[in-house]
Design a binder for this molecule. Structure first.
Ligand SMILES: Cc1cc2nc3c(=O)[nH]c(=O)nc-3n(C[C@H](O)[C@H](O)[C@H](O)COP(=O)(O)O)c2cc1C
Length: 205
């Protein structure tokens, strides 16, 4: 796939076709992540790959509880007069558990944590780097003809997941990534889009 086509085609998927994913593609996606820029030249990143149903359920148990506690389990719940942003939430929120547990693979990327508290962006470099990794993985999955879902763990959910997955102290997950073939008849939720012409400030804001 041509590079700019990959950029354009990358979309978050939350519903999956009943089709297995080749494990070689999963490895390609992780290799693409490992080619991302690294703030300290060490590529301190690890990846937990989950494929068995029981493994995925173990990982997703806290997101499931969160969805149940927040009454976010009905995929058909509709809000009248919702804005573009609200319509996205309306579609995405009740799928926070299923878009991952039902994906053929879940990848949990991990980064070595230094600091998450700072007024200065340079002290967040480890966190910034892992998001370069995640985007590379999204683009590689798209190039492989696959879709990706992504959830950010809420509150202490990430720490609980890491414990359940045996992650050593000092490592943190930025998100969960689901990988699969998108269901062809899944709805396309409207997005706000912009062009460079609308966002550029030449010389000065
Ligand atoms: C930092 C970040 C956090 C996100 N968190 C979630 C999330 O918790 N759950 C979810 O379903 N999608 C999440 N998303 C995906 C966005 O909803 C999605 O990227 C956005 O609606 C644009 O759609 P697109 O990815 O199809 O272009 C997140 C995206 C980013 C960049």
């Amino acid at each position: 796939m041509e590079f700019y086509e990959v950029i354009k085609k990358r979309k978050t998927s939350r519903e999956w076709a009943d089709k297995e994913v080749d494990f070689e593609a999963v490895k390609q996606i992780i290799d693409a992540g490992l080619a991302a820029p690294t703030h300290n030249h060490l590529r301190e990143w690890e990846f937990i790959v989950l494929h068995e149903q029981a493994e995925k359920e173990n990982c997703m148990q806290f997101a499931k509880k969160w969805a149940e506690e927040h009454g976010l389990t009905d995929p058909n719940r509709l809000f009248p007069d919702a804005s573009v942003m609200q319509r996205m939430y309306q579609y995405a929120m009740p799928r926070q558990y299923t878009m991952l547990v039902a994906a053929p693979y879940i990848i949990v990327p991990l980064f070595k944590l230094y600091s998450l508290r700072s007024n200065y962006v340079d002290q967040l470099n480890a966190f910034s780097s892992i998001w370069c990794v995640v985007e590379n993985m999204f683009l590689a999955a798209t190039a492989e003809g696959l879709g990706t879902s992504m959830r950010i763990p809420v509150g202490d959910e990430g720490a609980k997941v890491c414990k359940a997955l045996g992650v050593p102290e000092g490592w943190m997950m930025p998100c969960y990534i689901g990988i699969g073939y998108p269901r062809e008849d899944a709805p396309e939720v409207e997005q706000l889009t912009f062009s460079a012409d609308q966002k550029m400030h030449m010389g000065k804001w």
